[in-house]
Design a binder for this molecule. Structure first.
Ligand code: NAD
Ligand code: UFG
Length: 330
């Protein structure tokens, strides 16, 4: 199939583009590089430098390529930033996505896969979180994902042969040989803790250790980017899948912040310097996915998402390792 991947220079998009190529699909990456890295785009993919809402770029590639599928990753993705810059998030994640969806639909694209997030659920009323849990985002970022999901639901209602899939990722983590997490600024636990262990940053601050959890720190469901990439590929390839579908993508189990730090210490052989700070606003004590729906409908299950595998891949890839520096042309 011919697949347009927006945000394919980013962490999850570039890994998915590589997986789509490996499975024999033709891939065009559209990315403005506002947050991504040109070097992360896989060699076999065509690269178009541009914004998803720039019709002067978008329309010619849609008209020329006649894409079978759109996989839409391009977005801003920091909960905290969205609280201080809500308009920026509504513009980039909602308004620009609508331009992209509209043009894709009018150019005959009938499969859309969208990067959503478990943050759409807000504070969990029950665990594991299943897809029917009420949506109550606590941030403009989370709300932007709900708005795009709702738009896709309406588009699917109005376009009977459209398959629109929202994948609600839990905590994307890990790396492949070629690609890994390289956000600027970085806010995610695993890369920050590896940085601290390598002595490249200040000690990690644990955001609260007085939660009602087994060791007082928050529990999260970490899912390997290779598993995320496969979930996108299966969504693109699914037959008989018209309509709007939302699926959780997580490992279905949760690890505490302290367990993550212990695993990084075990893998790297270095202690992770840390101090305990106050709770971070909006953090739920525990989040983990119910994944029956994606398993039953798409045959997906997490294969690479043990904490040991995630952490060893992340440590091996980490930007400070010599391999990663070479891959990124530094
Ligand atoms: P990322 O920042 O690494 O990648 C996003 C990419 O989109 C970047 O390459 C950026 O340059 C590009 N981009 C942003 N706005 C654009 C625009 N208007 N036009 C063209 N390109 C644009 O982020 P990521 O961690 O790979 O996340 C990818 C997607 O997954 C996002 O939609 C994010 O909200 C979602 N998500 C991520 C996580 C996570 O844990 N990382 C969890 C849930 C959902
Ligand atoms: N944490 C710390 N110290 C840090 C960073 C994180 O203690 O310096 C803790 C957080 O409190 C949380 C856990 O580590 O308990 C994971 O935090 P991350 O910031 O790595 O990830 P989040 O769970 O906050 O958010 C991520 C993505 C969001 C997505 C969400 C879905 O960043 O885009 O997963 O759960 F919406």
């Amino acid at each position: 199939m011919k697949v347009l991947v927006t945000g394919g220079a980013g962490y999850i998009g570039s890994t998915t583009a590589a997986e789509l190529l490996r499975r024999g699909h033709e891939v065009v990456v559209l990315d403005s590089l506002v947050r991504g890295h040109r070097a992360a785009v896989p060699t076999g993919a065509a690269f178009v430098h541009g914004d998803i809402a720039d019709r002067s770029v978008l329309v010619p590639i849609l008209a020329e390529a006649r894409f079978d599928a759109l996989v839409h990753f391009a977005a801003f993705a920091y909960v905290g930033e969205s609280m201080s810059e809500p308009a920026m998030y509504l513009d980039n994640n909602v308004a620009r996505s609508l331009v992209l969806f509209r043009e894709a639909l009018s150019h005959g694209v009938r499969r859309i896969v969208f990067s959503s997030s478990c943050t759409v659920y807000g504070l969990p009323a029950r665990l594991p979180l299943d897809e029917s849990h009420p949506k109550a985002a606590l941030s403009p970022y989370g709300a932007s994902k709900i708005m795009c999901e709702q738009a896709l639901r309406w588009f699917a209602d109005a376009t009977p042969d459209l398959s629109a899939v929202a994948l609600r990722y839990f905590n994307a983590a890990g790396a492949t040989e070629e690609r890994g997490e390289d956000h600027d600024p970085e806010t995610h636990l695993i890369p920050l803790a590896i940085d601290a262990a390598m002595g490249h940053s200040e000690p990690l601050v644990i955001f609260g250790d007085d939660y009602d959890t087994k060791d007082g720190t928050c529990l999260r469901d970490y899912v390997h980017i290779l598993d995320l990439a496969e979930a996108h590929a299966l969504s693109v390839e699914a037959g008989d899948h018209e309509g709007f579908h939302a699926y959780n993508v997580g490992a279905g189990r949760a690890y505490s912040v302290r367990e993550v730090l212990a695993e990084i210490e075990a893998v790297s052989g270095r202690p992770v310097p840390f101090k305990v700070g106050p709770r971070r606003e909006g953090d739920a004590p525990a989040l983990f996915a119910g994944t029956e729906l994606i398993r039953d409908r798409l045959g997906w299950r997490a294969k690479f998402s043990s904490l040991a595998r995630i952490v060893s891949d992340a440590v091996r890839w980490h930007p400070q390792s010599s391999t990663a520096s070479v891959d990124r042309g530094e």
